[in-house]
Design a protein. Sequence first.
Lengths: 219, 435
Amino acid sequence: MDLLTFARGPALEIAMAIFVIGVLWRMVGVLSLPAWRDDSPPRKGAPPAWLAALQAIFGKMAPHRTFLKAGMFTTINGYVFHIGLAICVFAFAPHILFLKSLFGLSWPALPSGMIFAVGAVTAGSLIAALIYRLTSPVLKLISRGNDYISWGLTFLPVVTGLAAASHIGARYETLLAIHILSICVFLAWFPFGKLMHAFLFVFSRGATGIRFRHRGAQI
Amino acid sequence: MTAKTTASGVAYDVQGTQGDLARRDAAMQAFVQDFAKTAAIHMESCLRCGMCATACQFYVGTGDPKYTPINKLKPFEQAYHRHVGPFAPLYRLFGIGSNVNVEMLQEWEALLFDACSLCGRCTLACPMGIDISELIKEARHGMYKAGLVPDRLELMDRTAKAWGSPATPSDDFADIIKDAGEENGVPMNIDLPKADYVITTAPAELTEHTKALADIAKILNKIGASWTYSSEGFEASNIGYINGDLELQEKMTRKMIDNAIAIGAHTLILPECGHAYGAARWEAARWYGGKIPLKIIHMTEFLDEVVASGKITLKQIGETTSFHDPCQLARRGGVVEAPRAVLKALGLEIKELEDHGALAWCCGGGGGVVSNTRADPLRYKAFELKKKQFEGANAQRFVTACGQCRITLTLGAKHFKWDKKVESLLELVADNMIV
C-alpha cells in the first residue's frame, strides 16, 4: 500500500471514526450533566429559551463596540482565518468532490487560483494569530499546550494544501498524501482540544443567552 | 484566622486547621460538587483569546495580565477536567494537569476575592458567551470549603451566622428601625404580624445609610400601603452568595422568604443593593426549592412602579445627572430603564457615562471587594476608570441605586480628594416627593 492509498483509506477512516466518536463522547458527556432548574419568574417580555439562545448565538458574532477597541486584532484576524478556512474547505473543487462522495451533496466551486490566494491569506492570518499569542502578555499567560497543538494542526492542512496545489517540494501524489494525513491528524485531535469550539459555541452562547434573556439582560 | 504571605509575596488569609492536602482536596471537591450542565459547557469552551481581559477593571486599571478573568479560574480547570469533564478518566489515567497544590490556591485567593467583583463584564466580552463570573462564584465555593477566604469576608460570614446579619444582631434591628423613624420624622412599622409588603435591608442601610430605612417607609406611607419591617427576616444582601458559603446562602434565603410568606406579603422589596437582587430575585427559587409564592423586586423597580402609576408625584430638580448602573442590577439583572425613568420623573437630564447600562464599569467594590480592606489599592484603580467616565459625562449629580456601590464610590472619592457626592435614587425620590 503506497502512502496516498494509506492516507485516503485506513488513515482517513480511523481519523473520521475518532472524530465522530470523540465529538459525540464529549458532547454527550457535557450535555448529559444535570441542569439547575431556574424557577425564578422571567422578566416580563423575556423571549422563550430557544429564541434567547438564538439571539446569543448570532448576537455574539460581533463584540460590543466598547470591547472592539481593545480586541480589534483578535476579532478581525479571527474572522479572516475562519472565513478563509471555510472557503478553502468548502469551495475547492477537489474538496467538494470528496464531500460529495461522503454525503452525496455538491455545490459550485470557486476557481482554484482564488482558493490558492485565500489559502495564502489564511496561512498568513494564522501566523499572525500565533505571533500575537506568543507576544501578548495576556495570551502568553492564559495559553495552554492545547492552544499550540490546535494551532499547529489547523495550520498544517493549510500549508500542505497550498504545497499540493502548487506542486512544490515533492511529487504531487506525495504532497497530496501528506495533505490528507495532516487532515487525519486534525480530525483525530479535534474532539480533544479547543477545535471543539466549532460545536461548543452554539451551546456556550446559547446557555448564557437563556440565562441572561430570562432576566431581561443584554447578552 | 491567620494572615500570611505566599513565597511570591501575595497576601492571603487562612481559616481552620486542615492540612494542606485536605485543604486542596476540599477546594477541588467543592468546586465540582453539583457541577451543572451550563458550568461544564463553559469550562469546555474557552478559546484563550484574552477578550475577557479587556473587560476587566482590574486588568485595565493595572495592566497586569494575571488579572485576566479566565486566569482567575486556573486552579479549578484541573478539578473540572480530572473529575467532571468527559475525558476525566483519561486525565486521571495519564496524570494530566495534576499540579495544583495548596500554595497555588493561596496565591489565587487574592485573584478570586480581591480582584473580582463578580461584575460579569467579562461575560459580555467573551465571544463564546462564557459566564466567567458565575464560574468564579463556583470557585469561591471551593475556596470557602478550603478555608482560604479573606478574613474580613469570613468574619462577616460568621457574624451573619450568629446574628442573622453581618451588620447587626437581629435583636437590635427593631431599635434601628425605630431610631431611623424618629430621626427622620417618619412613622415606621416593625414586626407587624400581617402586611402586603415586607421591606428588607442590606448592611449599608443598617450602618451608613439609615435614612434609607425611613425613605422607603415615607413612600409606602404616602401610597397607603400595608407594609412592615421584620426582625425575623430582614437581611437580603446574603454574604453566603458572595463568599461561596452555599449553606449560609440557602439559610439566609429561606429565612427571608419563609418569613415574608408567613407575614402574608404579596411583595418583598429588596434594598438598594445589587447582590441582594442577584441572590434573591434570580437565585432564591433554587434554594427555596421551587416557585416562590410572592413577588421579589428591587427598590428601583418599586420606585419605577409607584412613579409610573402616578401614586406619587415628584418635584422637578431640573439639573443634569449621570447614573452608575450597579452590575447585579443592570448587567446581570436586566434593570436598566427603571432607574432612568425615575430620574427623568425627577426632572433630571441624564448624561450617560461612556460605558453605561449593561456595559457599565463596576464601582470596584462588588462581590465583597469593598469589605475586604486588603483589596483597597486595587479598588482605587477601578475607581479611577469610573471617575474618568463621570468627568467625561460632565453632569452635575451622580446617582446610583446600590448602597455598596455608593459606599465604594464615596470611599474612592475620599481617597482621591474628589468632591463629588454620590447620591441614592431612593433618597432623591423620598426627598422630592410631593407630600
